[in-house]
Design a protein around this ligand. Sequence first.
Ligand code: 5GP
Length: 189
Amino acid sequence: MTASSAERTPNIFIVSGPGGVGKGTIVTALVERDPQLWLSRSWTTRAQRPGEKDGAYVFTDRASFEARIEAGGFLEWTNFLGNYYGTPTPDPDMGRDVVLEIEVDGARQVKSLHPEAILIFVLPPSREEQQRRLRGRGDPEDKVDQRLQKAVDEEPVGLAIANHVVVNDDLERTVGEMMEIIRHHRSLD
Ligand code: 5GP
């Protein structure tokens, strides 16, 4: 390995988009397909959903989250509908690129700290499909309504700062399109 490749700065790929667009499924597929991608695991104070994998987040309490904020241990964090969500300062293995799956306020923060980060903003194929996905998660009805409203509010903000916009109409096609975007940016390294 040459000195320059050993010191390669990781690309940061931010996958953002309103709730119910399928970001989680997309990033899981991306990291399965490309071993050079390193998926950040967020911290949250949200309760774990029934059936949700233990590894989906580091589930924590407010005091621990706030202690980590104080210690400067987050790249970004936000309060999303009453719960904290944050990206621990990334520490990818050598040569791998970072993938963050985060909401729009976090994406904005990462873009201002790292203007070279690549923001891929994912849109739902339709409002109906987005609502169906949001309702299918087992959240209480009032939470679903809040998430729907938040999704509508987030969209224009995300579109304004996105480098790429992808419509998740078909998972296989969407993942393929995103791999092309990733390959393109790597070719510029
Ligand atoms: P959920 O509760 O549905 O898992 O996540 C709510 C929202 O928070 C989603 O849009 C998700 O992408 C986003 N999110 C997950 N982790 C983080 C994080 O570390 N930082 C930020 N800013 N948003 C996150």
